[in-house]
Design a binder for this molecule. Structure first.
Ligand code: PEP
Length: 238
């Protein structure tokens, strides 16, 4: 199973060094803040960037380009995370550009999608997910679809950094995973990998590990504790 730990905007330099020394070569894909990528790189961890610029190198102060990430041996990039879509109001066009730049550099993309609580209440879950997938998949080369991993993360299930969000039932997630799998097969004739994300932790992993059509987990808050993250991975291996 694929386990991705999204450390978000956490850790000091010292904390990153300690965390890195405990992660060992577990095979977990780790997403640290940009300044710490080289720390994790030195021991050959699989690296995922939390964001990427939609532009090529140039006068874009504060941005980090796909080619810069590539030079740090970053293998994956998170694009469309709900915090980027909702806090930073990143538009779909800009997400698409980020994906295109990342693919051009040979990186794989963890493309995050998911419905808000309001959309769920209005029975718009499938429509929302379909829109998010088609908006991207219609503009990329069909041969590149296998470089995209979907991160299905209901916005209402993501923790606020302190408290965990609600956990959907396995049935709810299974239905979405089935919908995504069939949509991508039908429209693009491709098999797609899906990760589940949204307050995955030691209390719910034994249940979530039974999901269908699930290639692994995208873990935010619980990944801050390296011991918990390793325990979650152990449970996924059983
Ligand atoms: C995430 O950051 O992708 C995430 C799912 O966060 P959390 O596990 O904290 O809900």
């Amino acid at each position: 199973m694929i386990i991705v730990g999204n450390l978000k905007m956490n850790q000091t330099l010292e904390e990153a060094s300690i965390y890195e020394s405990k992660l060992t070569n577990s095979g977990i894909i780790i997403c640290p803040s940009f300044p710490y990528l080289p720390i994790y790189k030195q021991n050959g961890y699989e690296l995922c960037a939390q964001n990427v610029s939609e532009y090529n190198d140039g006068p874009y102060t504060g941005d980090v380009s796909a080619s810069q990430l590539k030079s740090l041996k970053v293998k994956y990039v998170l694009i469309g995370h709900s915090e980027r879509r909702h806090v930073y109001k990143e538009a779909q066009e800009s997400l698409n550009n980020k994906v295109l730049k990342s693919l051009k550099q040979g990186m794989q993309v963890v493309y995050c999608i998911g419905e808000t609580y309001e959309q769920k209440q209005n029975n718009q879950t499938f429509q929302t997910i379909e829109n998010q997938i088609l908006s991207l998949f219609n503009i990329i080369d069909n041969n590149d679809i296998n470089k995209i991993i979907i991160g299905y993360e209901p916005v209402w299930a993501i923790s606020d950094g302190i408290n965990p969000g609600a956990t959907p039932t396995n049935q709810e997630i299974d239905e979405v995973n089935k919908y995504i799998t069939e949509l991508v097969k039908e429209k693009y004739n491709q098999n797609i990998k899906i990760l589940y994300g949204g307050s995955v932790n030691l209390n719910n992993i034994e249940q979530l590990v039974k999901l269908n059509n699930n290639a692994g987990f995208l873990i935010g808050g619980a990944s801050k504790n390296v011991e918990d993250l390793l325990k979650i991975q152990e449970i996924c291996k059983q």
